[in-house]
Design a protein around this ligand. Structure first.
Ligand SMILES: NC(=O)c1ccc[n+]([C@@H]2O[C@H](COP(=O)([O-])OP(=O)(O)OC[C@H]3O[C@@H](n4cnc5c(N)ncnc54)[C@H](OP(=O)(O)O)[C@@H]3O)[C@@H](O)[C@H]2O)c1
Length: 244
């Protein structure tokens, strides 16, 4: 079996999009290091993939442990071809709730830890003059939304960071890919009614296609590209009156 990415690392791979993506990539013949806090879920992925998914229990908020964990994974894999930062949290936030603990967790998991892990992967890829650096952002990062001010801000930050990394790393032969899913059925969205919802399986298939096809930015599914073009261009005074 030939795979585009023999050695892959996914951070946030124990459920939803990340777990499905790990199994898909393993199915193409890749060895996939899977990082998340829930060891049992990671072990189940290893069992389902005949050992092609390698479990690494870790918390992205343990900043002191991250560099050594990254080095250990790259050593174990014998190098790295693809890095995906997919970890994310979106706790429920009420319309008039201003909760610093929730806000801090979203900024740290969705953005700050993404920067720490992606910087490590970027330095590795820049030195190797090769590699694919991928971040799972969201259509939610395209505008500030009243229902989730800090989730949208964390994803807007991630999108801008990945754009800057693309501008920095392309000259070294490193491809930087920003994935922008719309609503996907996962534990994160359990119980939510959201428009144009797709399954984690559909999302993972589209992400693998984007990675294999050479994309640098992919809306998942693609229909979100024209929708977001319009949404981005709605004037602020109109956007304030809507709830889109
Ligand atoms: N579902 C959607 O509609 C949607 C839409 C757009 C973008 N996204 C983005 O897609 C990504 C995946 O989300 P999902 O929908 O698949 O949700 P999910 O099933 O809840 O997956 C979230 C992943 O992040 C990991 N994670 C969270 N906190 C962590 C921490 N402190 N340390 C290590 N790993 C941590 C979780 O692992 P552990 O809990 O085991 O640590 C899990 O593997 C997220 O970045 C999300 O923002 C989702």
């Amino acid at each position: 079996m030939s795979t585009a990415f023999p050695r892959a690392l996914i951070v946030g791979a124990s459920s939803g999009i990340g777990a499905t993506l790990a199994l898909k990539l393993a199915g193409t013949g890749a060895k996939v290091a899977a990082v998340a806090r829930r060891q049992a879920e990671l072990d189940a992925l290893a069992a389902q993939s005949a050992g092609r998914v390698l479990p690494y229990a870790g918390d992205v908020l343990d900043y002191a442990a991250t560099p050594a964990l990254f080095d250990r994974i790259v050593d174990d894999l014998g190098g790295l071809d693809l890095f995906i930062y997919n970890a994310g949290v979106m706790p429920p936030v009420e319309e008039s709730e201003y909760n610093f603990d929730k806000d801090r967790q979203m900024i740290e998991v969705n953005f700050l830890a993404a920067v720490q892990w992606s910087n490590l992967a970027a330095a590795h890829f820049e030195a190797a003059r090769a590699g694919v650096l991928c971040g799972v952002s969201s259509v939610a990062g395209e505008r500030g939304r009243r229902g989730s001010p800090v989730y949208t801000a964390s994803k807007a930050g991630l999108t801008a960071y990945f754009e800057a990394m693309r501008n920095r790393l392309t000259r070294y032969g490193v491809r930087v890919v920003t994935i922008k899913p719309g609503p996907v059925e996962t534990p994160m969205t359990a119980g939510l009614k959201l428009p144009l919802m797709i399954t984690a399986d559909q999302a993972a298939n589209e992400i693998v296609s984007a990675l294999e096809g050479g994309a640098t930015e992919a809306f998942v599914p693609g229909i979100w590209r024209p929708i977001m073009f319009v949404v981005r261009n709605v004037p602020s005074f109109v956007f304030t009156k809507t709830n889109i």
